[in-house]
Ligand binder design. Structure first.
Ligand code: C2E
Ligand code: CA
Ligand code: CA
Length: 837
């Protein structure tokens, strides 16, 4: 071994023969030569050379591979150790230098020297860590970059096995494999999490290049270590987390993956992810290594300026590092929860949306304040994780939004039909398991259309929202509620054992019907309700809903503010109604309806004044179905239009036929309902029917009821006017029963009044009825109208009407409504009885 001793001033004090031989020194040079003279040109006297010497004199050892210059000016590479020697006082008195020749790579020639010199400069100024190891894999050189990155000086590294020191978690055979490659002269490359002095951690790319000696033997390895932490963290975390996202795992599972992955990279932390909701409340999302008993206690805690690390970080929108939970005031209210678990440091970072809104927090819990806490490696982990969490949470929000759009009513926020059905089904399952009863209730706002039309749609919407809010209150204690299209809602709630259904529904209705102010007006809210009970009315979700709906329709038919309970009769009635509706459609299409005709007779002469056409339906199985049944049915199922079309055509056809047959029938009256006047096509329809059968407008009378005056439909009065203008006579039917008002009468272009048959029925016994019939005749006559008495059944009635001066009457006393052949026979008997004028 070559060694030498230098005085602190750099003078070579002594050197053994080996040293003298190595550096080509003459014995005389010992005692005079300065250390700097051994250093290559450019290095000697340079600041770094000076600094090195001073550091030696200060007692710091140095070791490494260095270039030195022989006396003949040639360069040599030595593996050296400079060791300061101290006296008993501790002062450095001598510097010992031990050197070995670095055989391989021994530079030759000046060009080579330059190159090496430049290389050594590169080695120390580069940020990459560079390590040279010998054939036994022991470190003989590490550069300044290595020191900066891993904290170890060359002296500390000297003789260590680099890979074993840095890569702690990898299996030993990995190193063997790498060395096998190097021995063969093949470079090796690996990416590993490496740990430096004091535990600082990097993700490093390690490139090992073997250097072979002249005999082709592996002599050295030059390794370059690059910090790829940032890229790698992103790569690994993103890989796993994005995979989880792509597999559409629920948010919590995705975040669990993030935590687990982070803890694999940094076993010294426990990761925790919290969500912060719209109200600023915390909800744990993932913290796979913290006990559930801990995270569950954070649920619902409000963020604030003193709410642990996370609540405070979310509040401040900036990271919060608490290094001593036991004493930090931020943790005063929460430390009792976490200290028993052994954690004393918590570093929390807010997860922010692009627009700066806080979505949640990402935190590391540590057991003690050590070198890891908030280290660069952890910072990089946190950066990567908060990005990922934001991504996952924003995606969750988007999903939530889609769910809301798909399952919630946008106006009220209540579940829509499809979600409601699922929820009711779930409710029934639970009820079955618990042996509970469930009330399923349809709620419908009375006169909503009117409110909407008169106060405007915005007010209508506000009303629906208010009702939705009230409905939500009904099910706060349990149950579900939803909105159906329009103004219908459904509420379903389990009953407690002592709940009495009538009382409960009454309470609900009272709650819903509290008056409210809308657009500055007090609105008296009225709702109709239909109730079906589980299990007695039905057990399946669909039939319960259907039956509650049937009960509602029945209730609505009874007027506003009614409650209907489902009953089996209701079900039967509904089924019948559906069957009947179907039959009526068929009858209209296949000519299953007929018209019967009832004569109107001039009282003075007994002559026929006209016929009233009345619809008849003879059902093949159900028999005769009265108009009082099928007319409202046609009205409900939108068949009034087709009915009127058929009626007009049939009445005209029959009249024309009779005239061709020589029967003297002055006119035919048909009954139209208010809804027929909604259609502006009615006048044309009438004209076409007349024309088709070669009739004139005066041959037809259209009977309408007072209801038409209450009808708010825009085209009604217009249609009436047009019919009148066409020359068709109009007759006011059932006069005296409804909203009779003389001013209305004046507004309508009618030519006939029909005294309702209820007055006629009372004529014999009620003086007021007599007075009224006389008055109505007076009014009608004064307005220039023909007044017809309806429903005359007896001779006495006939006598009174005649005495009062009624011009025309109609009723069983004269003739019942008759089918055409029967009417023809009746005409024949009349012709015989009444002398032709
Ligand atoms: P309405 O227009 O008041 O028709 C007169 C009703 O009184 C008819 O009952 C008729 O049979 C009945 N009637 C006639 N004379 C007497 C009598 O002396 N005593 C009694 N008690 N009743 C008598 P119907 O045919 O059952 O019709 C009932 C209602 O059905 C009609 O009342 C009318 O409003 C409606 N209706 C009938 N056919 C049609 C139609 O083709 N179109 C429309 N829109 N409604 C019709
Ligand atoms: Ca009539
Ligand atoms: Ca009538």
């Amino acid at each position: 071994m070559a060694f030498a001793e230098f005085a602190p001033d750099g003078t070579l004090a002594c050197a053994n023969a080996r040293f003298q031989a190595l550096l080509g020194l003459a014995p005389a040079q010992v005692g005079t030569l300065r250390h700097a003279q051994l250093c290559p040109e450019g290095l000697a006297g340079s600041p770094s050379c000076e600094a090195m010497w001073q550091s030696l004199c200060a007692g710091h050892e140095f070791s490494g591979v260095v270039e030195r210059v022989r006396s003949d000016g040639s360069s040599c590479w030595l593996e050296v150790v400079y060791a300061p020697l101290r006296d008993s006082e501790g002062a450095v008195t001598r510097i010992l230098m031990v050197a070995t020749d670095v055989a391989a790579g021994k530079p030759t020639g000046p060009a080579r020297q330059d190159q090496l010199w430049r290389l050594s400069l590169v080695a120390d100024t580069t940020d990459a860590a560079i390590v040279i190891t010998d054939a036994k894999s022991r470190v003989i050189y590490s550069n300044a970059g290595f020191h900066r990155m891993f904290g170890w000086t060359l002296r500390e590294m000297q003789g260590q096995k680099m890979l074993e020191l840095l890569v702690r978690q990898s299996p030993v055979d990995l190193f063997e494999r790498i060395r096998g490659d190097l021995r063969q002269g093949r470079p090796a490359e690996l990416e590993e999490v490496v740990t430096g002095k004091g535990g600082r951690r990097y993700w490093s790319k390690i490139i090992c290049n073997p250097v072979m000696d002249a005999d082709g033997q592996w002599a050295y390895t030059v390794s370059v270590l690059l910090d790829i932490t940032k890229t790698k963290i992103h790569e690994v975390l993103h890989d796993r987390a994005l995979q989880a996202l792509a597999r559409d795992l629920p948010l919590m599972q995705v975040l669990d993956v993030v935590c687990e992955e982070v803890e694999r990279l940094a076993p010294e932390v426990c990761a925790s992810i919290l969500q912060v909701d719209e109200q600023g409340l915390i909800h744990p999302l993932a913290s796979p290594s913290l006990p559930f008993s801990y995270s569950s206690q954070l649920d619902g805690v409000e963020i604030g300026p003193n709410v642990g690390s996370c609540g405070t970080a979310a509040w401040r929108k900036s990271p919060v590092l608490v290094t001593d939970i036991a004493t930090d005031p931020l943790w005063a209210d929460f430390k009792h929860l976490i200290l028993p678990l052994g954690f004393n440091v918590c570093w929390s970072t807010p997860i922010l949306q692009k627009d700066g809104k806080v979505l949640g927090t990402f935190a590391f819990y540590y057991r003690e304040n050590g070198p890891f806490v908030a280290s660069r490696f952890h910072e990089q982990l946190v950066e990567a994780c908060t990005d990922l969490c934001a991504l996952a949470m924003e995606r969750e929000q988007a999903r939530q939004r889609i769910r809301e759009l798909a399952f919630y009513d946008a106006l009220t926020g209540l579940p829509n039909r499809s979600l409601l059905e699922t929820q009711v089904a779930q409710l029934l399952e639970t009820a079955q398991a618990n042996g509970q009863r469930v009330a399923v209730v349809y709620v419908d706002l009375d006169r909503f259309k009117h409110i909407n039309d008169s106060l405007g749609h915005a007010t209508g919407d506000a009303l629906l929202r208010e009702v939705a809010a009230r409905i939500r209150e009904l099910v706060r204690q349990g149950g579900v509620a939803g909105r159906l299209p329009g103004d219908e809602f459904v509420v379903a709630a389990p009953l407690r054992a002592d709940d009495e259904i009538n009382g409960l529904i009454e309470r609900w209705q009272t709650h819903l019907m509290q008056p409210l102010r809308l657009a500055g007006t007090q609105v008296d809210l009225s709702v109709g309700m239909g109730v079906a009970m589980y299990p007695q009315d039905a057990t399946a979700m669909a039939s319960l809903l259907h039956r509650a709906e049937m009960a509602l329709h029945q209730a609505k038919a009874g007027g506003p503010g009614r409650v209907g309970f489902f009953s089996p009769e209701l079900s039967r009635a509904a089924e019948e109604r559906i069957a009947l509706e179907k039959a009526l459609r068929e009858a209209l299409q296949t000519g299953g309806l007929q018209l019967h005709y009832q004569p109107q007779v001039e009282l003075a002469t007994g002559r026929l004044r006209g016929l009233e056409a009345l619809a008849r339906w003879q059902h093949p199985e159900l028999g005769a179905i009265p108009p009082s049944r099928f007319i409202p049915l046609a009205e409900e199922c939108g068949l009034m239009g087709p009915l009127a079309r058929w009626l007009l055509d049939e009445a005209c056809r029959q009249l024309a036929q009779w005239r061709r047959d020589g029967l003297a029938i002055p006119a035919v009256s048909v009954n139209l309902s208010a809804s027929n006047f909604h259609s502006l096509e009615l006048p044309a329809l009438v004209a076409q029917a007349l024309e088709r059968h070669g009739l004139q407008a005066p041959d037809l009378v259209v009977e309408l009821t007072e209801g038409i005056l209450l009808d708010s439909h825009g085209s009604t009065l217009q249609t009436v006017e047009r019919l009148h203008a066409q020359g068709v006579r109009l007759s006011m039917d059932d006069f005296g029963t409804g909203y009779s008002s003389l001013s209305y009468l004046r507004r309508l272009p009618i030519s006939e009044l029909k005294l309702d048959r209820s007055f006629v029925a009372d004529l014999e016994h009620a003086p007021t009825a007599r007075a009224l019939s006389a008055a109505i005749l007076g009014i009608g006559t004064s307005l220039g109208l023909t007044v017809v008495a309806e429903g005359v059944e007896t001779a006495a009635q006939n006598g009174i009407l005649q005495a009062q001066g009624y011009p025309v009457a109609q009723g069983y006393w004269f003739a019942r409504p008759m089918a055409p052949p029967e009417l023809e026979r009746w005409m024949a008997t009349q012709a015989a009885a009444v002398p032709a004028p």
